[in-house]
Design a protein around this ligand. Structure first.
Ligand SMILES: Cc1cc2nc3c(=O)[nH]c(=O)nc-3n(C[C@H](O)[C@H](O)[C@H](O)COP(=O)(O)OP(=O)(O)OC[C@H]3O[C@@H](n4cnc5c(N)ncnc54)[C@H](O)[C@@H]3O)c2cc1C
Length: 481
């Protein structure tokens, strides 16, 4: 019998697991995918929003600034990629100037620090590659970029280190309630718990419907993103925002933590909760928009693209509450700025449990940090020499584009990677210009050896994304295994 079970291992579920691991609880997180963070939390813009974007009368507004301020400590403890690079929101039309003032005031009322309106001259000096049509810009130094998948892996590793249990590959299929608590039936086994935190993202309304606590609907909104070649690295040094639209913050230019520039996202209401395809139309929209404020960016520089689905609730705000079913909590509709807000949502939910009468007793020993992966590419020649002498696996480069070594791939597998994406998003093998053209087979080989599974069962991101077919002549041997 668990005290608390979290359903959904996105950034919010992982942040909750770590937060609740501070207390003496039997705690588990159940995730349908083969690894955590493999849904919306992996496919976003990776921005920790500055704190002034969302309206003050919404939960989005409340948690954007609160969450923003928690990321420096988290990144320090959990060793994921994070940089406070600041943002510029551009005004290109005279009628936009008033919006900059309005947004600045909104931020200042909330306590966001360092907001400044920059003149055209200042913008040109600081960001010379932006279009000369920019009239003014609102500068926000509190905006940051993060590797969101690394944050998920770090949060869950920290939670597990402090006693939380993780069950991936367990899709929740049904939930029954009785006098003692809930029985959760998954695709693999049954779990018993007193409290359920439903953090199932795009499927949160379907999970809530299993106990008739679905007083909301999730409406997926797709966003396509395009990653550009390192050739364009440095073309801007801050995150660039246009004036937002009614449904999105517009198409952004994002200098990612590891250097490459990303552009996106689109915002398109769709009916499917699973369609993560990109499109010619989406690309055209993005590059046409971006060229208006940074003319040197071209679609010819795209090295890879992806799409993510925002879980927008029909209330168009976060839902964070105990539902009509006692001890069943909905944490749903966590659209943007959900990544930014995640750590603040986690502490808020812990407080909510306490004020609802649950006893949360802090553990005597709770370890806040983890070791984090090694980064061979960032070492000096002297450090590299010492490191290779200590472990020769650092002397074997697996991913040539990003200089990722065999030792780093082995680290990823030891720390939970079960798929090619699990390795890629932990240590960057396959993230460079060739997008895995050289290293995929080597990484597959290492996964196969270390996990003891045949090559044809290695997947990109879980069942259905196998890379190769089984060899007919060895099939019978493996089948027996
Ligand atoms: C294109 C795009 C760009 C964005 N950019 C930003 C940004 O720059 N900054 C920002 O702050 N926010 C951004 N967001 C929003 C942010 O990504 C989300 O708010 C956040 O990732 C939501 O996290 P989550 O944990 O609620 O959901 P998810 O990451 O979707 O996690 C939910 C988890 O529940 C699991 N699950 C679902 N059903 C079941 C079931 N039946 N059984 C077991 N497990 C289940 C899923 O597999 C999934 O892993 C963006 C979103 C998109 C789509």
């Amino acid at each position: 019998m668990y005290d608390v079970i979290i359903i959904g291992g996105g950034i919010v579920g992982c942040a909750l697991a770590r937060e609740l691991s501070r207390y003496d609880l039997r705690l588990a997180l159940i995730e349908k995918e083969v690894e955590v963070g493999f849904e919306t939390s992996k496919t976003n813009s990776g921005i920790i929003h500055a704190g002034h974007h969302s309206s003050p009368d919404t939960l989005k507004g409340k948690f954007e600034w609160a969450g923003n301020q928690m990321w420096d400590d988290l990144a320090g403890d959990l060793k994921f990629g994070f940089k406070r690079i600041g943002e510029l929101l551009l005004a290109q039309l005279p009628e936009d100037l008033q919006y900059l003032e309005q947004l600045k005031k909104q931020g200042e009322t909330r306590g966001v620090t360092g907001l400044e309106i920059w003149s055209q001259k200042r913008v040109r000096k600081e960001e010379p590659n932006l279009s000369h049509s920019v009239l003014q810009a609102l500068y926000a130094p509190t905006a940051a970029v993060v590797n969101p998948y690394e944050a998920c892996f770090g949060l869950i590793e920290s939670a597990q280190q402090n006693g939380a249990e993780l069950f991936c590959g367990n899709q929740v299929l049904a939930i029954d309630q009785d006098n003692d608590g809930f029985t959760i039936q998954t695709s693999q086994k049954n779990f018993r718990t007193h409290i359920i935190l439903n953090v199932a993202g795009l499927f949160a309304d379907q999970v809530a419907a299993m106990v008739a606590a679905d007083n909301f609907k999730i409406l997926p909104r797709k966003g396509e993103e395009y990653m550009l070649d390192r050739r364009l690295q440095g073309i801007v040094s801050r995150i660039i925002f246009p004036i937002p639209t009614a449904t999105s913050k517009g198409v952004l230019i994002i200098p990612t933590v590891d250097g490459p520039i990303m552009v996106g996202p689109t915002a398109e209401d769709v009916s499917s909760r699973e369609d993560q395809s990109t499109s010619f139309a989406g690309a055209s929209k993005i590059f046409a928009a971006v060229r208006k404020y940074c003319p040197a960016i071209s679609e010819r520089d795209t090295i890879t693209e992806f799409a993510g689905l925002r879980a927008v609730s029909d209330a168009n705000d976060f839902i964070i509450e105990q539902s009509s079913v006692k001890n069943f909590y909905n944490i749903a509709g966590i659209q943007s700025p959900g990544l930014t807000a995640a750590p603040a949502i986690a502490t808020y939910v812990a407080e909510m449990l306490r004020s609802d009468g649950f006893t949360l007793v802090g553990k005597k020993v709770w370890k806040s940090d983890i070791d984090g992966p090694p980064h061979f590419a960032q070492m000096s020649p002297k450090e590299r020499k010492v490191t290779i002498e200590r472990d020769p696996a650092f002397g074997r480069i697996v991913c040539r584009c990003e200089s990722i070594t065999e030792a780093e791939v082995l680290y990823a597998i030891k720390h939970g990677a079960r798929t090619l994406d699990g390795v890629k998003f932990r240590v960057r093998a396959g993230m460079g210009r060739c997008q895995g053209g050289f290293c995929t087979t080597r990484v597959m080989d290492l996964l196969s050896q270390k996990l003891g599974i045949p090559l044809h069962k290695i997947t990109k991101r879980g069942q259905g994304s196998e890379i190769c077919a089984p060899r007919q002549d060895i099939l019978s041997v493996e089948d027996k295994r």
